[in-house]
Design a protein around this ligand. Sequence first.
Ligand SMILES: [Zn+2]
Length: 391
Amino acid sequence: MSTGLRGNWNYPTTIWAGPGRIAELAAACASAGMKRPLIVTDEGLVNTPMLKSALASLKDAALFGAVRGNPALSHVEAGLRAYRSGHHDGVVAFGGGSALDVGKVVAFLSGQTRPLWDFEDIGDWWTRADPAGIAPIVAVPTTAGTGSEVGRAGVILNEETHQKKIIFHPLMMPRVVISDAELTVGLPRAVTAATGIDAFVHCFEAFCAPGFHPLADGVALEGMRLIHQYLPRACANGKDIEARAQMLAAASMGATAFQKGLGGVHAIAHPVGSWFNTHHGLTNAVILPYVMTYNRNAIADKADTIARVLDLPAHGFDGFLAQVMQMRRELDIPHSLAEIGVSIDKAEIIGREAAIDPSASGNPIPINAAQLEHIFRAAVSGRLDSVQSAA
Ligand SMILES: [Zn+2]
């Protein structure tokens, strides 16, 4: 193990970074104040050696492994039942973005009396929660993308309305994160690519979001630089621990940066994921150049800054867009939403729901339902040249 990839960080929360550090899971739980943790994980990870050894390393822990992609209220409710019936005192959220989000929301809801949707990220709704009823969380990411391990929110699907809702509370920030690149070496190339581009989009949208936030901007730029350098390596050789470790860090950086805001890519990707059950990262990867082109005039200077930080052969908006297109091609990302099963018939609904998605307010220029629908239609048909850039 290279000690050069090891560190203990204290922002935005306590992060124990380094290959092999999953061995410190019991210490992380003790440090977070839990004695009987519930491990919440993805369905597909339940029978893996990493989950079995994590469970074996914790005394009095139990496993809840019924989380699927695009998790819904029913997953959270099942997790809550497991939490309460097992008399747990904390959650180890272990897996990809879906498991991390469900684990965090279960911990949050464990001591609340109001229903989940009362805590949607609207205004000061989070103050409705009883902070004493929020259980501690230890997060163990096994993908490098969502950055949910350092986020204060979880995205949960409302199956009745088909809308993805953001549940927010500052105390949903995990107390300890174990950032162990060895847990990500088994990720298939396609998942590595899709989740990695999700992290890139987090950094990119945060950097381009309006507002004064140089801290977030700095984190976002370095995150993009790391992903530009290491995502191709992680995809070419999944066992490249250095590339995996840098990607895990970059994913956490993306979510740290997007406290500043996201933008049109996520605004469209959320309803698309709700209606078509597409992979979140892959959806963002497809949509990215369409929204970039729409925002072109508003982000020309920022795109040039990114192009220079990434040391691209061509600068300016065009140099950066060319790089994004090349990255998508190299990582076998489809060019159109149609290729991932999205159809045009929901265009009006997608536009409408994207406009009220909280991410839309972070777009570099104000964007309405008709404009979002226009971008969505172009992305479904794969016609980038049909996107009209806003003035
Ligand atoms: Zn995302």
